[in-house]
Design a protein around this ligand. Sequence first.
Ligand SMILES: CC(C)(COP(=O)(O)OP(=O)(O)OC[C@H]1O[C@@H](n2cnc3c(N)ncnc32)[C@H](O)[C@@H]1OP(=O)(O)O)[C@@H](O)C(=O)NCCC(=O)NCCS
Length: 191
Amino acid sequence: MIPDLPLRTERLLLRPLVPADREDLLAYRSDRETCRYVPFPPMDLVEIDRRMAGMWATRDLPEMAGENLTLGVEHEGRIIGDVILMRPAEPAGTVEIGYIFSPEVRGRGFATEACRPLLALAFDELGAHRVMGRLDARNTASARVLERLGLRLEAHFVEDEWFKGEWTSTLVYALLDREWRDGAGRSSSVP
Ligand SMILES: CC(C)(COP(=O)(O)OP(=O)(O)OC[C@H]1O[C@@H](n2cnc3c(N)ncnc32)[C@H](O)[C@@H]1OP(=O)(O)O)[C@@H](O)C(=O)NCCC(=O)NCCS
C-alpha cells in the first residue's frame, strides 16, 4: 500500500528521500553525538548513497514483518531529520516508530510534530493494533518525544542489550489503537 505523500503538518513536509538530500542527511547522520543511541554508527556519503538506493527507496507502507518506510522531514527547503515506520517480526499487529533530527533544530518540537502523522499512518492506514517506541534508557530527549505523543511507558529492561560496546538498558513505550481513537497523541499543545 503506497501512502498519499507528501504529508504536511503546520511547519513540516514529510516525503520520500531523494539523492539531492544526501548533504542534508550527512550533516546530522555523520554526527557522533546524534548517533549515540541509534542502531547504526555515524555515516559517510557512501553509506548514505547505499541506503538511498536500498531501504530509503521504498515508497510502500510496511505491511509485512521486516519491512519499513523512511520519510525525510523537510523544513524551509531542507531535510532536518527523518522518521521511520517499521514492522518488527513480532509482536504481530505492532508497528514501531523511529526518528533522528539535526542538532541544529532540536528543542523546537519538530520531532514530535513529524511523528504525529506517522501515528496516523500506522493506525488509520495500516490498521496497527499497537504503536511502539524503543530506546536506550539514557535517551531522555527521545523518551520525552514519545510521552508528548501520548505513548505509555510499558517496560524498562535492565542491561538487556549489548550495544556499541556496553550493556545497555531499554525502555519500551506504546500506544493502542483504542487509545488513539480516544484522542491520545493528537494534541498539538506544547507541554
Ligand atoms: C530524540 C530527538 C529527535 C528529540 O529531539 P527534540 O528536539 O528534543 O524533540 P522535539 O522536536 O519533540 O522538541 C521537544 C522540545 O522542544 C520544545 N518545543 C518547542 N516548541 C515546541 C512545539 N511546538 N511542540 C512541541 N515541543 C516544542 C519542547 O518543550 C521540548 O523541549 P525540552 O526538550 O526542553 O523538553 C533528538 O534528540 C535526536 O534526534 N536525537 C538523536 C537521534 C535519536 O536518539 N533518536 C531516537 C532514537 S530512539
